[in-house]
Design a binder for this molecule. Structure first.
Ligand code: FES
Ligand SMILES: [Fe+2]
Length: 379
Protein backbone atom coordinates (compact mmCIF):
# COMPACT_ATOMS: atom_id res chain seq x y z
CA UNK A 1 0.00 0.00 0.00
CA UNK A 2 1.39 3.40 -0.91
CA UNK A 3 0.85 6.54 1.12
CA UNK A 4 -1.60 7.81 -1.49
CA UNK A 5 -3.87 4.82 -0.87
CA UNK A 6 -3.93 5.24 2.92
CA UNK A 7 -7.30 6.51 4.12
CA UNK A 8 -7.52 10.26 4.70
CA UNK A 9 -8.23 11.34 7.33
CA UNK A 10 -6.30 8.44 8.86
CA UNK A 11 -8.51 6.11 10.84
CA UNK A 12 -7.63 2.73 12.27
CA UNK A 13 -10.53 0.37 11.84
CA UNK A 14 -11.90 -1.05 15.12
CA UNK A 15 -9.35 0.74 17.31
CA UNK A 16 -11.20 1.92 20.43
CA UNK A 17 -10.05 4.14 23.27
CA UNK A 18 -11.31 1.43 25.65
CA UNK A 19 -8.68 -1.35 25.70
CA UNK A 20 -11.38 -3.84 26.68
CA UNK A 21 -13.23 -3.19 23.41
CA UNK A 22 -10.38 -2.29 21.10
CA UNK A 23 -8.73 -4.28 18.36
CA UNK A 24 -4.97 -4.14 17.86
CA UNK A 25 -3.28 -2.11 15.11
CA UNK A 26 -3.89 -3.69 11.70
CA UNK A 27 -1.04 -5.82 10.41
CA UNK A 28 -0.35 -3.56 7.42
CA UNK A 29 0.93 -0.89 9.83
CA UNK A 30 3.74 -3.28 10.74
CA UNK A 31 4.86 -4.15 7.23
CA UNK A 32 4.22 -1.28 4.83
CA UNK A 33 7.29 0.81 3.84
CA UNK A 34 5.01 3.82 3.29
CA UNK A 35 3.72 3.59 6.86
CA UNK A 36 7.31 3.33 8.09
CA UNK A 37 8.26 6.49 6.17
CA UNK A 38 5.18 8.25 7.53
CA UNK A 39 6.12 7.24 11.10
CA UNK A 40 9.56 8.77 10.65
CA UNK A 41 7.90 12.14 10.04
CA UNK A 42 4.86 11.85 12.32
CA UNK A 43 6.52 10.10 15.28
CA UNK A 44 10.32 10.09 15.31
CA UNK A 45 10.88 13.60 13.94
CA UNK A 46 8.57 14.95 16.70
CA UNK A 47 9.53 12.93 19.76
CA UNK A 48 12.29 13.00 22.34
CA UNK A 49 14.96 10.50 21.30
CA UNK A 50 17.73 9.06 23.46
CA UNK A 51 21.10 10.48 22.36
CA UNK A 52 23.45 9.11 25.02
CA UNK A 53 24.43 8.96 28.67
CA UNK A 54 25.65 11.99 30.62
CA UNK A 55 28.82 10.00 31.40
CA UNK A 56 29.86 10.42 27.77
CA UNK A 57 29.30 14.19 28.05
CA UNK A 58 30.86 14.73 31.45
CA UNK A 59 33.28 17.52 30.49
CA UNK A 60 33.51 20.42 28.03
CA UNK A 61 34.42 19.25 24.49
CA UNK A 62 32.84 15.79 24.98
CA UNK A 63 30.38 14.86 22.26
CA UNK A 64 28.00 12.08 21.20
CA UNK A 65 26.26 11.54 17.87
CA UNK A 66 22.96 9.86 17.06
CA UNK A 67 20.33 9.46 14.35
CA UNK A 68 16.79 10.76 14.65
CA UNK A 69 14.43 9.84 11.82
CA UNK A 70 16.77 10.40 8.82
CA UNK A 71 18.76 13.14 10.55
CA UNK A 72 22.29 12.96 11.87
CA UNK A 73 22.64 14.81 15.20
CA UNK A 74 25.52 15.70 17.53
CA UNK A 75 25.37 16.78 21.17
CA UNK A 76 28.35 18.49 22.75
CA UNK A 77 29.21 20.21 26.02
CA UNK A 78 30.55 23.76 25.63
CA UNK A 79 33.26 25.56 27.57
CA UNK A 80 30.39 27.13 29.52
CA UNK A 81 29.30 23.61 30.56
CA UNK A 82 26.06 23.87 28.57
CA UNK A 83 24.88 20.87 26.53
CA UNK A 84 23.91 21.79 22.98
CA UNK A 85 22.56 19.76 20.10
CA UNK A 86 23.21 20.44 16.42
CA UNK A 87 22.57 18.86 13.06
CA UNK A 88 25.79 16.95 12.41
CA UNK A 89 26.43 18.59 9.04
CA UNK A 90 29.01 21.06 7.81
CA UNK A 91 27.63 24.38 6.61
CA UNK A 92 30.11 24.45 3.69
CA UNK A 93 29.09 21.56 1.47
CA UNK A 94 27.28 19.25 3.88
CA UNK A 95 29.91 16.72 4.93
CA UNK A 96 29.29 14.89 8.22
CA UNK A 97 31.23 16.56 11.05
CA UNK A 98 31.62 14.00 13.86
CA UNK A 99 31.31 10.24 14.23
CA UNK A 100 30.60 8.11 17.31
CA UNK A 101 31.51 9.83 20.55
CA UNK A 102 34.64 11.40 22.02
CA UNK A 103 36.20 14.80 22.58
CA UNK A 104 36.63 17.71 20.18
CA UNK A 105 37.66 21.14 21.49
CA UNK A 106 37.07 22.39 17.99
CA UNK A 107 34.74 20.60 15.60
CA UNK A 108 36.67 20.32 12.34
CA UNK A 109 35.09 19.09 9.14
CA UNK A 110 37.06 16.23 7.56
CA UNK A 111 36.37 17.53 4.03
CA UNK A 112 37.85 21.07 3.71
CA UNK A 113 38.55 21.72 7.41
CA UNK A 114 36.01 24.36 8.21
CA UNK A 115 35.94 24.43 12.00
CA UNK A 116 33.28 25.24 14.59
CA UNK A 117 33.23 26.12 18.28
CA UNK A 118 31.35 23.77 20.62
CA UNK A 119 28.61 26.40 20.84
CA UNK A 120 28.04 26.04 17.09
CA UNK A 121 29.70 29.26 15.87
CA UNK A 122 31.84 28.99 12.74
CA UNK A 123 35.44 29.41 13.91
CA UNK A 124 37.31 29.35 10.62
CA UNK A 125 36.73 28.69 6.95
CA UNK A 126 40.01 28.32 5.06
CA UNK A 127 40.35 30.95 2.33
CA UNK A 128 37.21 32.86 3.32
CA UNK A 129 39.18 35.84 4.71
CA UNK A 130 39.38 37.61 1.36
CA UNK A 131 35.94 36.58 0.13
CA UNK A 132 33.65 39.59 -0.38
CA UNK A 133 30.55 39.53 1.80
CA UNK A 134 31.49 36.30 3.60
CA UNK A 135 29.68 36.48 6.92
CA UNK A 136 30.76 33.80 9.39
CA UNK A 137 27.59 34.41 11.36
CA UNK A 138 25.60 32.94 8.47
CA UNK A 139 27.25 29.54 8.83
CA UNK A 140 26.67 28.54 12.42
CA UNK A 141 25.64 24.94 13.06
CA UNK A 142 21.89 24.46 13.08
CA UNK A 143 20.59 23.82 16.61
CA UNK A 144 18.50 20.92 17.88
CA UNK A 145 16.78 20.82 21.29
CA UNK A 146 18.43 18.88 24.12
CA UNK A 147 17.09 17.80 27.52
CA UNK A 148 18.20 15.38 30.21
CA UNK A 149 16.15 12.95 32.25
CA UNK A 150 17.91 11.16 35.10
CA UNK A 151 21.37 10.64 33.55
CA UNK A 152 20.12 10.27 30.02
CA UNK A 153 20.35 12.86 27.24
CA UNK A 154 17.55 13.34 24.73
CA UNK A 155 17.15 15.39 21.55
CA UNK A 156 14.09 16.50 19.62
CA UNK A 157 13.93 17.79 16.03
CA UNK A 158 10.60 19.50 16.63
CA UNK A 159 11.00 23.09 17.90
CA UNK A 160 7.35 23.04 19.00
CA UNK A 161 7.34 19.75 20.95
CA UNK A 162 6.46 20.10 24.63
CA UNK A 163 9.53 19.74 26.90
CA UNK A 164 10.36 16.16 27.86
CA UNK A 165 10.23 17.09 31.56
CA UNK A 166 6.67 18.28 31.12
CA UNK A 167 5.63 15.07 29.33
CA UNK A 168 7.49 12.45 31.33
CA UNK A 169 5.75 13.14 34.66
CA UNK A 170 7.22 11.07 37.49
CA UNK A 171 9.35 8.80 35.30
CA UNK A 172 12.64 10.08 36.70
CA UNK A 173 11.46 9.76 40.32
CA UNK A 174 10.26 6.20 39.61
CA UNK A 175 13.61 5.18 38.15
CA UNK A 176 15.48 6.80 41.04
CA UNK A 177 13.26 4.97 43.54
CA UNK A 178 14.34 1.66 42.01
CA UNK A 179 17.97 2.74 41.64
CA UNK A 180 18.92 5.58 44.05
CA UNK A 181 22.57 5.01 43.08
CA UNK A 182 21.91 5.94 39.43
CA UNK A 183 24.14 9.05 39.43
CA UNK A 184 27.21 6.95 40.23
CA UNK A 185 26.70 4.31 37.56
CA UNK A 186 29.00 3.93 34.54
CA UNK A 187 28.75 2.04 31.29
CA UNK A 188 29.75 -1.58 31.89
CA UNK A 189 28.57 -3.45 28.79
CA UNK A 190 26.83 -2.91 25.45
CA UNK A 191 24.93 -5.58 23.51
CA UNK A 192 23.41 -5.25 20.05
CA UNK A 193 20.92 -7.49 18.20
CA UNK A 194 19.44 -7.28 14.71
CA UNK A 195 15.79 -8.29 14.85
CA UNK A 196 13.67 -9.16 11.80
CA UNK A 197 10.60 -7.29 12.99
CA UNK A 198 8.95 -3.89 12.88
CA UNK A 199 9.85 -1.62 15.81
CA UNK A 200 6.21 -1.53 17.03
CA UNK A 201 6.08 -5.32 17.13
CA UNK A 202 9.20 -5.22 19.32
CA UNK A 203 7.71 -2.57 21.63
CA UNK A 204 4.39 -4.48 21.82
CA UNK A 205 6.31 -7.48 23.11
CA UNK A 206 8.05 -5.39 25.78
CA UNK A 207 4.79 -3.87 27.00
CA UNK A 208 3.02 -6.98 28.22
CA UNK A 209 3.87 -9.93 30.42
CA UNK A 210 0.86 -11.95 29.28
CA UNK A 211 3.45 -14.01 27.40
CA UNK A 212 5.82 -14.34 30.38
CA UNK A 213 4.33 -17.51 31.90
CA UNK A 214 4.32 -19.10 28.47
CA UNK A 215 7.65 -17.96 27.08
CA UNK A 216 9.91 -16.82 29.96
CA UNK A 217 9.92 -19.53 32.63
CA UNK A 218 13.20 -18.31 34.16
CA UNK A 219 11.95 -14.71 34.31
CA UNK A 220 8.86 -15.93 36.18
CA UNK A 221 11.19 -17.66 38.63
CA UNK A 222 13.13 -14.40 39.12
CA UNK A 223 10.14 -12.02 39.39
CA UNK A 224 7.02 -12.74 41.43
CA UNK A 225 4.33 -12.50 38.77
CA UNK A 226 1.57 -12.01 41.34
CA UNK A 227 3.18 -8.63 42.14
CA UNK A 228 3.76 -7.56 38.51
CA UNK A 229 1.81 -4.48 37.46
CA UNK A 230 1.79 -2.34 34.34
CA UNK A 231 0.72 1.27 34.81
CA UNK A 232 0.30 3.75 31.93
CA UNK A 233 0.98 7.47 32.28
CA UNK A 234 0.97 9.99 29.40
CA UNK A 235 3.93 9.07 27.21
CA UNK A 236 5.39 6.29 29.35
CA UNK A 237 4.40 3.14 31.18
CA UNK A 238 5.85 1.33 34.20
CA UNK A 239 6.17 -2.47 34.44
CA UNK A 240 7.37 -3.50 37.88
CA UNK A 241 7.27 -6.33 40.38
CA UNK A 242 8.99 -7.86 43.39
CA UNK A 243 11.82 -10.30 42.85
CA UNK A 244 10.71 -13.81 43.76
CA UNK A 245 13.99 -15.38 44.80
CA UNK A 246 17.68 -14.55 44.83
CA UNK A 247 18.62 -18.07 43.76
CA UNK A 248 16.40 -18.06 40.71
CA UNK A 249 16.80 -20.14 37.59
CA UNK A 250 17.58 -16.90 35.72
CA UNK A 251 20.60 -15.91 37.84
CA UNK A 252 21.70 -15.78 41.47
CA UNK A 253 22.34 -12.55 43.32
CA UNK A 254 22.75 -11.23 46.84
CA UNK A 255 21.69 -7.88 48.27
CA UNK A 256 19.39 -5.91 50.50
CA UNK A 257 15.63 -5.52 50.22
CA UNK A 258 15.93 -2.81 47.62
CA UNK A 259 17.84 -5.18 45.36
CA UNK A 260 14.85 -7.52 45.34
CA UNK A 261 12.73 -5.75 42.81
CA UNK A 262 12.37 -5.50 39.08
CA UNK A 263 11.51 -2.18 37.47
CA UNK A 264 11.07 -1.43 33.80
CA UNK A 265 9.72 1.52 31.88
CA UNK A 266 8.85 2.31 28.32
CA UNK A 267 9.14 5.90 27.07
CA UNK A 268 7.45 6.92 23.83
CA UNK A 269 8.31 6.00 21.20
CA UNK A 270 11.10 3.40 21.31
CA UNK A 271 13.10 3.57 24.53
CA UNK A 272 12.99 1.11 27.42
CA UNK A 273 14.79 1.38 30.75
CA UNK A 274 15.19 -1.53 33.17
CA UNK A 275 16.45 -2.16 36.69
CA UNK A 276 17.11 -5.84 37.36
CA UNK A 277 17.24 -7.44 40.81
CA UNK A 278 20.71 -7.40 42.37
CA UNK A 279 23.43 -4.78 42.88
CA UNK A 280 22.61 -1.24 41.65
CA UNK A 281 22.08 -1.26 37.90
CA UNK A 282 20.12 0.46 35.17
CA UNK A 283 20.02 -0.53 31.56
CA UNK A 284 18.92 1.33 28.49
CA UNK A 285 17.16 -0.93 25.99
CA UNK A 286 16.63 0.77 22.63
CA UNK A 287 14.37 -0.60 19.91
CA UNK A 288 15.85 1.34 17.00
CA UNK A 289 13.86 1.22 13.78
CA UNK A 290 16.27 0.55 10.92
CA UNK A 291 13.71 -0.44 8.27
CA UNK A 292 10.02 -1.30 7.92
CA UNK A 293 10.70 -4.82 9.16
CA UNK A 294 14.06 -4.46 10.86
CA UNK A 295 14.80 -3.27 14.39
CA UNK A 296 18.11 -2.99 16.20
CA UNK A 297 18.09 -3.73 19.92
CA UNK A 298 20.85 -1.89 21.74
CA UNK A 299 21.42 -2.50 25.44
CA UNK A 300 23.65 -0.28 27.54
CA UNK A 301 24.24 -1.69 31.01
CA UNK A 302 25.14 0.90 33.68
CA UNK A 303 26.68 -0.43 36.89
CA UNK A 304 28.82 0.73 39.79
CA UNK A 305 32.02 -0.31 38.02
CA UNK A 306 32.96 -0.58 34.33
CA UNK A 307 33.70 -4.22 35.14
CA UNK A 308 30.54 -6.10 36.14
CA UNK A 309 30.71 -8.37 39.20
CA UNK A 310 30.39 -12.14 38.68
CA UNK A 311 26.71 -11.86 39.69
CA UNK A 312 26.15 -9.06 37.22
CA UNK A 313 27.91 -11.06 34.52
CA UNK A 314 25.41 -13.84 35.19
CA UNK A 315 22.52 -11.39 34.94
CA UNK A 316 23.81 -10.01 31.63
CA UNK A 317 24.36 -13.56 30.35
CA UNK A 318 20.76 -14.42 31.29
CA UNK A 319 19.42 -11.33 29.46
CA UNK A 320 21.61 -12.03 26.44
CA UNK A 321 21.35 -15.79 26.06
CA UNK A 322 17.91 -16.52 27.48
CA UNK A 323 15.56 -13.54 27.72
CA UNK A 324 16.61 -11.84 24.49
CA UNK A 325 16.70 -15.14 22.60
CA UNK A 326 13.15 -15.89 23.79
CA UNK A 327 11.80 -12.44 22.93
CA UNK A 328 13.52 -12.13 19.55
CA UNK A 329 12.08 -15.50 18.48
CA UNK A 330 8.59 -14.27 19.46
CA UNK A 331 8.93 -10.95 17.63
CA UNK A 332 10.31 -12.57 14.48
CA UNK A 333 7.53 -15.17 14.40
CA UNK A 334 4.92 -12.42 14.82
CA UNK A 335 6.51 -10.41 12.01
CA UNK A 336 6.08 -13.37 9.65
CA UNK A 337 2.49 -13.81 10.89
CA UNK A 338 1.71 -10.17 10.16
CA UNK A 339 2.15 -11.03 6.47
CA UNK A 340 -0.35 -13.88 6.67
CA UNK A 341 -3.53 -13.56 4.62
CA UNK A 342 -5.13 -15.29 7.59
CA UNK A 343 -4.60 -12.38 10.01
CA UNK A 344 -5.35 -8.68 10.16
CA UNK A 345 -6.15 -7.60 13.75
CA UNK A 346 -6.50 -9.20 17.19
CA UNK A 347 -8.03 -8.17 20.55
CA UNK A 348 -6.24 -7.07 23.70
CA UNK A 349 -6.66 -9.21 26.80
CA UNK A 350 -7.03 -6.83 29.75
CA UNK A 351 -7.91 -7.16 33.41
CA UNK A 352 -9.02 -4.66 36.02
CA UNK A 353 -5.97 -5.33 38.22
CA UNK A 354 -3.65 -4.33 35.36
CA UNK A 355 -1.71 -7.47 36.20
CA UNK A 356 0.86 -9.58 34.39
CA UNK A 357 -2.09 -11.02 32.42
CA UNK A 358 -3.10 -7.65 30.97
CA UNK A 359 -2.19 -6.06 27.63
CA UNK A 360 -3.58 -2.59 28.37
CA UNK A 361 -0.09 -1.03 28.05
CA UNK A 362 0.15 -2.29 24.46
CA UNK A 363 -3.18 -0.59 23.80
CA UNK A 364 -1.83 2.60 25.41
CA UNK A 365 1.12 2.50 22.98
CA UNK A 366 -1.17 1.83 20.00
CA UNK A 367 -3.30 4.79 21.05
CA UNK A 368 -0.25 7.08 20.94
CA UNK A 369 0.68 5.71 17.49
CA UNK A 370 -2.84 6.33 16.18
CA UNK A 371 -2.88 9.79 17.70
CA UNK A 372 0.48 10.81 16.19
CA UNK A 373 -0.40 9.49 12.75
CA UNK A 374 -3.83 11.12 12.86
CA UNK A 375 -2.42 14.51 13.86
CA UNK A 376 0.33 14.37 11.25
CA UNK A 377 -1.10 12.81 8.08
CA UNK A 378 1.20 11.76 5.23
CA UNK A 379 2.22 14.22 2.55
S1 FES B 1 32.07 20.30 3.55
FE1 FES B 1 32.89 20.79 5.46
S2 FES B 1 34.60 21.99 5.00
FE2 FES B 1 33.74 21.55 3.08
FE1 LIG C 1 9.20 -11.06 26.68
Amino acid sequence: MSVSTLPAPFKVERFDTDPGRSYTLPSRLYTDPAVYAWEQRSIFARSWTYAGHLGALAEPSCYVTCSVADQNILVTRGKDDVLRGFHNVCQHRAHELLKGSGRAKVITCPYHAWSYHADGRLRSARGSEDMPGFDKGEFCLKPVRVETLANFVFVNLDPDAPPLAAQAGALEQEIRAYCPEIDGLVLARTLTYEVAGNWKNSIDNFLECYHCHVAHSDFCDLVDMTSYRSVCHGIYSSHCGRAARMESKAYHYTGATRARQFGSWWLWPDLCIEVFPGAPNVNIFRHLPVGPEQTRHVFEFYMQSPTPTAEQDDAIRYIDEVLQAEDIALVESVQKGLHSRGYSQGRFIVDAARSDMSEHAVHHFHGLVVDAMTRHPPG
